[in-house]
Design a protein. Structure first.
Length: 484
């Protein structure tokens, strides 16, 4: 009877094969939370005062008659068939370095809900995990200043959050990313502007945490206010100057991005104050700076817009892009999306290749656009050398079940590319075949290989926490699906 119960238990367990992680995407990390746990801190900036807020993250704010008003309800991230730059080696030289290009990404249809089968691949022997680290799959918290800037030059009041670099050292210089929200996040609670910024931290937190991230909030249109900078966008420039004067910022690496109404603002800054920025990422913005296209022809750009955008026409970004081309620009790339409606930021702010590119840009090296892709997932040997990364993996999935000792275990499966298999084979020296799997720079688990892999399906078994493993593989699979 015990054997029958045990068999029945195994049958039931085998019927609960967890779905492929890519099919349960609910955000890069699977959780709707703020990018980091903020820590209030004083600042030495002369015109900055502290403020506290308690507004719920689900609050919405729109402006009547504003063409870019959008509801800030949570959205399911969209996957795509292709990303922006052809990968194949760690060092990349995108075509945008030489000529204007467009690339496309389309929202996929229904995804499979079971682990894939591949008759051409035989599974290797399952490797045993020898050590599991206490990992969270969260990027380390960075200090965040929750402040209000009282602009002494125009009298405007500007709530903002400033995320400090990890392990900030005043003797070093750090890049600054300016993020401008859309109309749906307007207000003065100093919280709502983060709603669509979270994906940047969830999918690219290890990249952006190497510098400052500045997130101001406006309760009116992002307007420069003429040459005297009397508008809220003018105050943003004053605030950016204040931050640079207060902290150790790298003036050669100031970046700007914005979505919807913030996309309009991004174009305004790039066209009128482009000399301040090393690169820009306008997302589903307007066509407000077509007449100033020549002023942006030498600025590295990644432009995002979805063809089915029902709020701001796709033609706005397309026309601006074409105007830059006509002006002789060679440093822009137009990422054409489809199926995202107005939520192009779901793709743009999770585009790891784009943020690898962005943080490699410098004003002093305009036109030299080579950069190194920053891998999200890596397998490293005992000396810490990267053996394979997500670029060497076609797909990941996992299966839960009970082992012969009736312990619940999870088997992790990686379907390697031929190149990935070759790299892993070469790493098996026969001497020290201990490998550690990393999520960014966080150790996940270690395994000791029993022998060189013989096929493209590589499996490891261990006792894992379901929620943490799910979070990790959801994110990795999202990145896998959004690459070329």
């Amino acid at each position: 009877m015990d054997k029958q119960k045990h068999l029945l238990k195994k049958i039931i367990t085998s019927a609960i094969i967890l779905t492929m992680l890519a099919s349960v995407m609910a955000g890069c990390s699977g959780k709707d939370k703020e990018p980091t746990l903020p820590k209030d801190a004083a600042t030495t900036a002369s015109q900055i005062t502290n403020t506290t807020t308690n507004a719920p993250a689900t609050t919405t704010s729109t402006t009547a008659g504003d063409p870019t008003s959008e509801t800030t309800s949570a959205t399911t991230p969209q996957s795509s068939a292709s990303a922006t730059v052809t990968k194949g080696s760690q060092t990349k030289l995108p075509t945008s370095a030489h000529t204007m290009t467009t690339t496309s990404a389309t929202k996929p249809t229904t995804k499979p809900t079971t682990a894939p089968t591949d008759d051409s691949d035989e599974t290797n022997s399952v490797e045993k995990v020898t050590e599991i680290f206490d990992f969270t799959c969260d990027f380390p918290d960075t200090e965040v200043k929750i402040e209000v800037y009282n602009d002494p030059k125009n009298g405007k009041r500007l709530p903002y959050r400033l995320y400090m670099p990890a392990n900030y050292d005043p003797s070093k210089k750090y890049p600054v990313l300016l993020v401008l929200h859309g109309a749906g996040e307007m207000g003065n609670n100093n919280s709502l502007q983060l709603h669509n910024v979270k994906k940047i931290f969830e999918c690219n937190g290890d990249i952006v945490s190497q510098g400052f991230v500045l997130c101001p909030q406006t309760d009116e249109w992002w307007a420069l206010g003429g040459s005297q900078l009397t508008g809220k966008l003018g105050s943003v420039l004053h605030l950016l100057e204040e931050v640079q004067n207060t902290y150790s910022c790298d003036a050669d690496r100031i970046y700007v991005t914005g979505l919807s109404m913030g996309g309009y603002a991004t174009w305004d800054l790039l066209a009128n104050y482009g000399h301040l920025f090393a690169a820009g990422m306008p997302v589903c913005g307007g066509n407000n700076q077509i007449g100033n296209a020549a002023a942006m022809k030498d600025i590295p750009l990644k432009i995002y817009h979805s063809k089915d955008d029902g709020t701001l026409p796709f033609s706005y970004s397309e026309d601006t892009y074409n105007a830059i081309v006509a002006a002789g620009g060679k440093m822009a790339e137009f990422i054409v999306l489809d199926g995202y409606n107005h939520n192009a930021w779901d793709y743009a702010y999770a585009d790891r290749d784009a943020f690898s590119w962005l943080y490699a840009q410098k004003k002093s090296t305009y036109g030299i656009d080579s950069y190194e892709y920053v891998p999200y997932f890596t397998v490293r040997d005992s000396k810490g050398n990267v053996v394979i990364s997500e670029e060497d993996v076609r797909m990941m999935y996992y299966i839960g079940g009970y082992d012969e000792n009736e312990k619940y275990v999870i088997t992790l499966n990686m379907m390697l590319t031929d190149s990935g298999l070759s790299k892993l084979e070469k790493a098996y020296t026969g001497k020290s075949n201990t490998f550690t799997v990393y999520w960014a720079n966080e150790k996940l688990y270690t395994y000791t290989a029993s022998g060189a892999p013989q096929s493209n399906i590589f499996a490891m078994v261990g006792i894992f926490n379901d929620e943490t493993v799910t979070k990790f593989y959801e994110t990795v699979n999202w990145i896998l699906e959004n690459r070329d």
